[in-house]
Write a protein that binds this ligand. Structure first.
Ligand code: TLP
Length: 344
């Protein structure tokens, strides 16, 4: 199967499996797992942040950050297709007592300007309006099609937010893809934000795990919330070992996934009824509208399975995501399948 549903589907590499088998472990609830500790130190070093904590999922990392930055009754300003708003259930309400203030990006890129954010803020206004507690950014932006938040835009947003004493959290589930596409370091992209979450289990290919990074005191508090939410793992070093390999080895090859995604987008653009601008595909996520094919997205995905290709339908659109278990030849197979499915 050529699995383009997500980059979460990758299987651990041989190096990861070896590292997992040989990992030195201890009880991480006591802070005694040497491999988890090494992963946390290494992530903090790479990102230039004071501290990091290993969490089971990206959702838990994001939600702990929201919990720590806000208090109940506040709003979280977020782009309307943001993962935190759309795919983490109502966790910000259930866990933190906050509600999202979704904002549309006028240019459709999913990347907000400061003016768009500012218009949605409630800071120091009428007492009967829910105050803004946090601004949540996403880089790359998943549901907008892997789009990029540049370093300068991040800096501008954070500078203005901080002038208003508002914290900024970055959902950097795929920040290594963003860094690769922008030719920036992840540290440069994350420098101005108060906290950043990134996933080891997405494009980097580890089987499980994400990291939350920020100031030391913030990460200390995050440890309590991770435990409260049921994320206090014990000999988690077996997972962290794969995460360390993912962190050290995978970033340098992400450009291959981006090239495969562009190739896929260029091929899709030639299929009648598919709407996609290949120029806009800059990382590993491709989202394209299929409404003019006369076949529903779900039906196209179901028929694609006969060609051993898996993709996900989202309304009128299909999402395909490249990763290290998808080769350039697999892209040819997927394109052939799409052409036949749509023209039948
Ligand atoms: N994204 C998944 C699905 O939930 C959509 C995927 O297949 O892309 N932030 C971003 C930007 C994400 O894309 C995801 C997962 C998360 C957070 C949550 O990570 P997990 O699944 O580890 O909780």
């Amino acid at each position: 199967m050529i699995d383009l549903r997500s980059d979460t589907v990758t299987k651990p590499t041989r190096a990861m499996r070896r590292a997992m088998a040989e990992a030195e472990v201890g009880d991480d609830v006591y802070g005694e797992d040497p491999t988890v500790n090494r992963l946390q130190e290494r992530a903090a070093e790479i990102f230039g942040k004071e501290a990091a904590i290993f969490v089971p999922t990206g959702s838990m990392g994001n939600q702990i950050a929201i919990k720590l930055h806000t208090r109940p009754g506040q709003e979280v300003v977020i782009e309307e297709r943001g993962h935190i708003f759309n795919f983490e259930m109502a966790a910000m309400a259930a866990v933190s007592g906050t509600i999202p203030r979704p904002v549309r990006s006028r240019d459709g890129s999913g990347i907000l300007t400061w003016d768009e954010i500012e218009a949605a803020l409630h800071v120091g206004g009428a007492y009967y309006v829910a105050p803004t507690g946090l601004i949540a950014l996403e880089n790359s932006h998943n549901l907008a099609g892997g789009t990029l938040l540049t370093r300068s835009r991040t800096e501008e947003i954070c500078e203005r937010a901080h002038e208003r004493k508002l914290p900024v959290h970055l959902d950097g589930a795929r920040i290594f893809n963003a860094a690769t596409a922008l030719a920036e370091s992840v540290a440069a992209l994350a420098r101005p934000v108060d906290s950043v979450m990134f996933c080891l289990s997405k494009a980097l290919g580890a089987p499980v795990g994400s990291m939350l990074l920020g100031e030391r005191a913030f990460i200390e508090e995050a440890r309590s919330w991770r435990k409260l939410l049921g994320g206090g793992m014990r000999q988690a070093g077996v997972l962290a070992a794969a995460g360390l390999v993912a962190l050290e080895e995978t970033p340098r090859r992400l450009h291959e996934d981006h090239a495969n995604a562009r190739k896929l987008a260029e091929g899709l653009a030639e299929i009648p009824g598919i709407k996609i601008d290949p120029e806009k595909i800059v990382t590993n996520i491709i989202i394209f509208d299929v409404s003019e094919t006369g076949i529903s997205a779900d039906e196209i995905c179901a028929r694609l399975q006969q060609y051993n290709v898996l993709a996900s339908g989202f309304g009128d659109s299909i999402r395909m995501v490249t990763h290290y278990d998808v080769s350039s030849d697999d892209i040819d197979v997927a394109l052939k399948g799409m052409k036949e499915v749509v023209s039948r």
